[in-house]
Design a protein around this ligand. Structure first.
Ligand code: NOJ
Ligand code: CA
Length: 585
């Protein structure tokens, strides 16, 4: 049955996101570059996979010196990707399949090729002279850190045309816009509207912490930046209800939550500090890195949601860890110097876990059940590999592997014409790892992800529930309870009458299919116990579940009844990197 778009304006709280690098997804016209029509061709696949919202990396016209994050013209789709009409068609076709689409929006900076910058640099008194930040010397704002430390020496760059320095937080070919100029604010708000008018469902806001600078500060998370975000949000709420703003703010939890404001800034923020700690926890085989950061994570304001991720198009960033933990991560995951990029590790998920299927499953099971909306990165559902011999972050941006045919089925262009070579090594190459093969193989990781997402979709507690970390005697075991009691069910909760929940469910029936069992009712679990073994060896665990005495425990994927909770001390054994999702009813 085709899915349709939910009308719930808070759809993003229960959605699963999928990040698409258009350039690398599917090439419809054989020029070696993925494009919007190619993505339209693959929507059926994404619908089958069960994702709810695509996040498109920047598609605007660009010299492509930073994957399109160097915008040359905000008003045009890059010719290699198609045209505005193609985007509108993509949005319509996706919506028809129940899939929403958000686009990356780079507000902080443009390319130095942008016509605004060309004008701005031409003299000190042209109409756009103050659209960027110009100074006679490069001594200003020394407290602001350099983000791309491995390639940039300063946040100031000399422009020989204007004979002045301009400010940039990323590459020197990406000058920062001057948000103290009200014309820049207005120009950006009209660009937002221009694209929302195509039917897009919102934006991932690139590099939001850096919009303003003030003397004596780090130039991050300033009150002026938050005021601008409130303005942006109110304009969107007024004209475009149901759209979402997802902030890319690589910050510590206490600064991060400020991007939700009082539910009047961004609807979502990526949880940057949690991500590296999931990798740390499985390597140390200890839950502490995860539980520590969750303890430091403030409550979400109403209507907000975390964006959770394992990998994305950038390096696995290590900005939000201590120096000691960064050394540990480099030693464990990035030993080869070619893997280090900026302040992180440019590798895909599968090579990071040494192609271990149980470990990839464990990490995804955590991703799908921790509080937030999961954001998948294209190709990770196949356990695709990377190519550390490519420059910058291209290691993780190679073509999607569709088939074992030429160019991995990504493009009919000559190999030499491809924007990047597809993987061809014996382990991760397209002949071994591709959608066609994994789709045919019911036991593949692709099918496992698809099934997990279908289970997750049936239980809104994963998107909406609170979390309580449980004390477990074994430090290698992470356990938490997710609970969600919608307003309408509070009467049931008060009387503690959960008995009816599983009525009619014949859990003893043995399924011969490899599929997880279908639920008899939708969204019935209001209390789910999630338990993970972070160690590569089998582990016992004892949980204090006294307050759930006499409740029924049912494994969620197979609907298999486990022993009821008796006097509180509940004993479980988990296989290597094993996990359970239990409903407690
Ligand atoms: C964050 C993006 O994710 C990254 O790819 C880009 O290089 C920087 N912002 C600069 O725009
Ligand atoms: Ca193309």
């Amino acid at each position: 049955m085709p899915r349709s778009l939910t009308e719930n304006p808070r759809w993003y709280q229960t959605a699963v996101f999928y990040e698409v690098f258009i350039r690398g997804f599917f090439d419809s016209n054989g020029d070696g570059i993925g494009d919007l029509r190619g993505l339209i061709d693959k929507l059926d696949y994404l619908e089958w996979l069960g994702v709810d919202c695509l996040w498109l990396l920047p598609f605007y016209s660009s010299p492509m010196r930073d994957g399109g994050y160097d915008i040359g013209n905000y008003e045009e789709v890059d010719a290699a990707y198609g045209a505005r009409e193609d985007l509108i068609k993509l949005v319509d076709e996706a919506h028809a399949r129940g899939i929403r689409i958000i686009a990356d929006l780079v507000m902080n900076h443009t390319s130095d090729q942008h016509i605004w910058f060309q004008e701005s640099r031409s003299s000190g008194d042209n109409p756009k002279a103050d659209w960027y930040i110009w100074r006679d010397d490069d001594s200003g704002w020394p407290e602001a850190r350099i983000i791309f430390t491995d390639v940039e020496q300063s946040n100031w760059a000399w422009d020989s045309e204007r004979q002045q320095y301009y400010w940039h937080r990323f590459y020197s070919h990406q000058p920062d816009l001057n948000y103290d100029n009200p014309e820049v604010v207005e120009a950006m708000l009209s660009i937002v509207k221009l694209w929302l008018d195509t039917g897009l469902d919102g934006f991932r806001l690139d590099a939001v912490p850096y919009l303003y600078q003030r003397d004596g500060t780090s130039g991050e998370n300033l009150p002026e930046t938050h005021a601008f975000l409130r303005r942006l949000r109110s304009e969107i709420d007024a004209r475009y209800p149901g759209r979402v703003l997802l902030a890319e703010a690589n910050q510590w939890p206490t600064d991060l939550v400020d991007y939700f404001g009082s539910s009047d800034e961004c609807h979502m923020c990526f949880h940057f500090p949690l991500m590296p700690r999931m990798f740390m926890a499985v390597r140390r085989e200890q839950r502490l890195p995860i539980t520590e950061i969750l303890a430091q994570t403030p409550e979400l304001p109403d209507g907000c949601q975390w964006g959770l991720f394992l990998r994305n198009h950038d390096e696995l960033t290590l900005e939000m860890v201590s120096d000691e933990d960064r050394d540990f991560m480099y030693a464990e995951y990035g030993a080869d110097p070619r893997m280090k990029r900026h302040l992180g590790i440019s590798r895909r998920l599968a090579p990071l876990v040494e192609n271990s299927r149980p470990l990839a499953e464990l990490l995804h099971a955590m991703l799908f059940s921790l509080p937030g909306s999961p954001v998948l990165y294209y190709g990770d559902e196949l356990m695709m590999g990377d190519n550390v011999y490519l420059g910058d972050r291209d290691a993780v941006r190679t073509p999607m592997q569709w088939t074992p045919d030429r160019n991995g089925g990504f493009s009919r262009a000559d190999f030499a014409q491809l924007y990047l070579p597809p993987l061809m090594d014996p382990v991760y190459g397209y002949q071994a790892v591709n959608v066609e093969a994994e789709y045919r193989d019911q036991g593949s990781f692709l099918h496992w992800v698809q099934k997990m997402l279908s289970v997750r979709r049936r239980h809104e507690v994963f998107g909406l529930g609170s979390i309580e970390i449980l004390a477990v005697d074994n430090p290698s075991v992470l356990a938490f309870i997710r609970s969600y009691y919608p307003e309408s069910s509070l009467a049931v909760k008060d009387s503690e009458n959960f008995a009816g929940n599983l009525e009619g469910d014949d859990a003893s029936q043995i399924s011969t299919s490899l599929d997880f069992r279908e639920d008899s009712k939708e969204g019935e679990e209001r209390c789910v116990l999630c338990i993970f073994n972070l160690s590569r060896f089998a582990q016992p665990a004892s949980l204090d579940l006294a307050r759930f005495k006499e409740r029924q425990v049912t494994e969620l994927l197979g609907r298999v009844p486990f022993p009821d909770i008796q006097e509180g001390d509940y004993r479980i054994t988990l296989g290597p990197h094993g996990f359970y999702w239990f409903s407690i009813t």
